[in-house]
Design a protein around this ligand. Sequence first.
Ligand SMILES: NC(=O)c1ccc[n+]([C@@H]2O[C@H](COP(=O)([O-])OP(=O)(O)OC[C@H]3O[C@@H](n4cnc5c(N)ncnc54)[C@H](OP(=O)(O)O)[C@@H]3O)[C@@H](O)[C@H]2O)c1
Length: 287
Amino acid sequence: MIIKKGLLLKVHLKKQGKAINLSDKIGFIGAGNMAGAIIEGILKQGVASAQDLAVIDISSEKCAGFKERGMNIFDSYDSIAEFCDIIFLAVKPQNYEEVLLKLKGFTDDCIIVSIAAGISTDYVKSCLGENSKVVRAMPNTPLLMGCGATALCHVEPVTDAEFEKVKKIFAAGGSVSVLPEEKMNSIISVNGSSPAYVYLFAKAIINGAIAQGIDAGTATALIAKTLEGSAKMITESGYNVDELIKMVSSKGGTTLMALEALYEHDFEGAIIDAMERCTKRAEELGK
Ligand SMILES: NC(=O)c1ccc[n+]([C@@H]2O[C@H](COP(=O)([O-])OP(=O)(O)OC[C@H]3O[C@@H](n4cnc5c(N)ncnc54)[C@H](OP(=O)(O)O)[C@@H]3O)[C@@H](O)[C@H]2O)c1
């Protein structure tokens, strides 16, 4: 049974005679990779239950899996907006305009969470209404594993309490950092897109291992654990990255020879170039 948020509020008010905290209904426009990753965190950490979640997607196939897990599937934008307190815009930046046009007029009581590369809160407000409550976020796909890293910005007229709710949703799937909105395009190169650079690095190591006669399974297990362990060293050892590099680099040893090749190929320069191109693309997609 689908209970509309207004109805639920009335029932509570009637029963208790005062306003109480409602369990928020959380909706997703677009049921792709990111929606799936955020939903996973919400359900695993019990931030909301499946019957409090809602999904709409142009593909009924994508919705079917969410329906099987007890979530509410909608086929109209006014009805999902009516049902939800918080709505995630989880479509590609290119689809934002059509989605925002369809939502216009139905989201006055909702917190809108925009996760698209390049889309500003001003743009969302210009489509939905200047007083719209919009939180801009940049998550990443490791959210699926409960190890995501999300950047968020807090912009008026979203209240502290409303912002905390959105933070809680992302914190269910990993860490959360708060930044000013002018950094939200650049931050994509740091956490949103960077899992792909890490996977490419892992792929190179696996291929390098295969070239030396080591089987792919063993190499994958070893590099994955090495990445995990190195990440822990960065966050928990108390050493900075230069000190950590030094700790692996014994004088006259193997690591120094390996690093020499990376410096020769300007490994750091390639990464910085990749990040700059990433940010430039966010600006091109930007609205
Ligand atoms: N993937 C990442 O690592 C990542 C990280 C941070 C932020 N983001 C942001 O997250 C957003 C979603 O990315 P994603 O990777 O999850 O994309 P995705 O897997 O392609 O998911 C988007 C879904 O929305 C559907 N869709 C398109 N137009 C729609 C409409 N009008 N109404 C309802 N559903 C519609 C798409 O269907 P079709 O496939 O049929 O078009 C697709 O199922 C993007 O804005 C991206 O910038 C992604």
